[in-house]
Ligand binder design. Structure first.
Ligand code: PGA
Length: 231
């Protein structure tokens, strides 16, 4: 099982360090079977000594260069970062990243051997259009993506379920993960209001290999609780 914490724009360098200290102590004591990933804000990156796989929520597809406000491979290499989230709905819908740019990022970080947590998910409007429309929309978000890449993880995150407290139902998740499992052998995660009260049910959906967790991961006790509940 893969459990990943997406801090988004939360936590500082100091609080991330303290979070990791407590998470590592928990992992040392419980020795859970799951692979644990943490995606802190870039300003919190450091040369951590940790059992947790650290990744970034975003990066620009270049070694270095004139891309104001961005970070590239050079900055990731300093901290030996090998995991990245690409295609998150907040980057697609708030920051305006289109499929062409996302594909460019995917190709760049695939060539560098990164483990890529590739996110897809439909908007509420698409959802209201029915199952076939959802699948068509998700298919477009997979366009240009090498679905046989060995370091690929796909996260299905319906936009309307992210940060809203309202997760998709097990039946809905199951249908979409089944659709995705026919397209790729990559581990399939669900994301969108995963929390201690629903994680067990969600990860027991067939084809579900874990969860990408935002809000409920920001508190270390809550994240540890979810690791324990799914062990
Ligand atoms: P959420 O976010 O758990 O706060 O819904 C999930 C995500 O965006 O990855």
């Amino acid at each position: 099982m893969i459990l990943a914490a997406n801090f988004k724009m939360n936590h500082t360098r100091l609080s991330t360090k303290e979070y990791l200290r407590r998470l590592d102590a928990f992992l040392e004591e419980k020795k859970p079977k799951s692979d644990i990933y943490l995606f802190p804000p870039v300003s919190a990156l450091d040369s951590f000594e940790t059992k947790v796989n650290i990744g970034v929520q975003n990066a620009y597809p270049a070694q270095k260069g004139s891309f104001t406000g961005e970070i590239g491979l050079e900055q990731l290499e300093e901290f030996d970062i090998k995991n990245i989230i690409i295609g998150h709905s907040e980057r697609r819908h708030i920051l305006g990243e289109n499929q062409e740019f996302i594909t460019q990022k995917f190709k760049f970080f695939k060539d560098k051997g990164f483990k890529i947590f590739y996110c897809i998910g439909e908007t509420l409007e698409v959802r209201e259009g029915g199952k076939e429309l959802i699948k068509k929309y998700l298919g477009l978000q997979l366009e240009g993506i090498d679905l046989s890449y060995k370091n690929l993880v796909i996260a299905y995150e319906p936009v309307w379920a992210i940060g809203t407290g309202k997760s998709a139902t097990s039946e809905d998740i199951e249908e979409i993960l089944e659709f995705l499992s026919k397209k790729s052998d990559a581990p399939l995660l669900y994301g969108g209001s995963v929390k201690p009260s629903n994680i067990k049910e969600i990860v027991s959906v067939s084809n579900c290999s874990g969860a990408l967790i935002g809000t409920a991961s920001w508190d270390v006790n809550s994240f540890c609780e979810m690791i324990e509940l799914t062990n």
